[in-house]
Design a protein around this ligand. Structure first.
Ligand SMILES: Nc1ncnc2c1ncn2[C@@H]1O[C@H](COP(=O)(O)OP(=O)(O)O)[C@@H](O)[C@H]1O
Ligand SMILES: [Mg+2]
Length: 335
């Protein structure tokens, strides 16, 4: 049975009751609603949900990188015990590298095309460690490239001379350069082919065990998250509808009906063919969320209660679940 490895571990990311909305001409549309989530030191927490469910908005809110039309309407974000929204802009600039960093969706195209890999890594290091010598920064740059399995000769390369996979590895190397406590990876391998994706995931796992940072790993790909992460948070229409140990995603555990759908949607290889059972219907438009539980129009178990009232979060055996089906039954009477 899975057990709680986190009992003695310090929380590195604490998201409390966080809501984020986008200002539109007529209203504020919430892309993240009432999110509570904790990532512990050295943990890989997976965040999964269909496209548009609010994953990137949540990541940007944690990094305090939301754009102008996005507003945090309530809640709190703490990283390494520090309230991220209480930092001054100057403090935030160094906090973002030393305590938390982020690998963005299609980050591999974000490298500066006119600077060598060496310059980009060394400049980043020296900008945040002004007392370091150039030699020391260069030694660290070499070590970082080795960590992501790139030959040090590529320090002299320009981004266009590297493959997509190598560019993405460089971005990961820069993200961990200053040994942050938390690295957010938002769809870090989505743009890459399956083979490269696989080897980068293996490397991420290996580096994470060596360098001991925590990862919030974001992907729309449920099977990939389930494999990499020790715990998984499932997001639907801006809400975390379940948090569970990834070991429970194998057969035999009860889950949120949406999670069940995601598990069923993993392609099963049978002798003859690949069978994919999807979840019928589409995610809702955030501007016209269904009443009650936002998943109810797609849920095979929906009742009148689900149509009318938003479910509270109930503790489950391995985390929590936001679903009326999980209302605790009154304890059986013992005679
Ligand atoms: N700048 C914006 N203005 C208005 N709505 C936005 C903006 N950016 C994202 N959204 C909406 O917020 C929702 C969540 O988007 P996002 O966080 O990117 O989801 P995900 O990363 O899970 O695909 C989507 O429905 C999207 O349309
Ligand atoms: Mg996204």
């Amino acid at each position: 049975m899975p057990h709680n490895h986190n009992a003695l571990r310090r929380p590195v990311l604490e998201i409390e009751d966080l809501s984020v909305g986008y200002e539109t001409p007529n209203s504020l549309v919430h892309a993240v609603s009432d999110v509570n989530l904790t990532v512990h030191e050295q943990e890989i927490l997976g965040l999964v949900g269909e496209s548009g469910s609010g994953k990137s908005t949540l990541a940007f809110a944690v990094m305090r990188l939301l754009k102008g039309d996005a507003v945090v309407t309530k809640g709190r974000v703490r990283v390494a015990g520090q309230d991220v929204y209480a930092l001054t802009p100057a403090e935030l600039r160094s906090f973002r590298w030393k305590k938390m960093s982020m690998v963005f969706q299609s980050a591999m195209n974000a490298l500066n095309p006119v600077m060598t890999v060496e310059t980009q890594i060394v400049d980043t290091l020296l900008a945040h460690q002004p007392d370091w010598s150039r030699e020391r920064a260069l030694a660290r740059a070499r070590e970082l490239l080795e960590l992501v399995r790139i030959d040090a000769k590529h320090l002299k390369s320009y981004p266009h001379e590297l493959s997509g996979g190598m560019r993405q590895r460089v971005v990961i190397a820069i993200a961990i350069a200053l040994q942050p406590d938390l690295v957010i990876m938002d769809e870090p391998t989505t743009a890459l082919d399956v083979v490269v994706q696989r080897s980068i995931l293996d490397e991420i796992r290996e580096i994470q065990q060596r360098e001991k940072f925590a990862i919030l790993f974001i992907s729309h790909d449920f099977s990939l998250v389930a494999e990499l992460a020790s715990r998984v948070a499932i997001m639907y229409a801006g809400r975390i509808v379940e948090v569970t140990d990834s070991e429970t995603l194998a057969d035999g555990y009860r889950h949120h009906p949406y999670t069940e759908g995601l598990i069923r949607a993993i392609p099963h290889l049978t002798a003859e063919q690949v069978v994919i059972e999807g979840i019928p219907g589409n995610p809702p438009n955030l501007m016209e969320l269904p009443s009650g539980c936002a998943f109810h129009p797609r849920c095979p178990y929906a009742t009148e209660e689900c149509r009318q009232a938003r479910p509270p979060q109930y503790p489950s055996e391995h985390g929590l679940i936001e679903c009326h089906l999980f209302k605790p039954q009154r304890e059986a009477q013992h005679v």
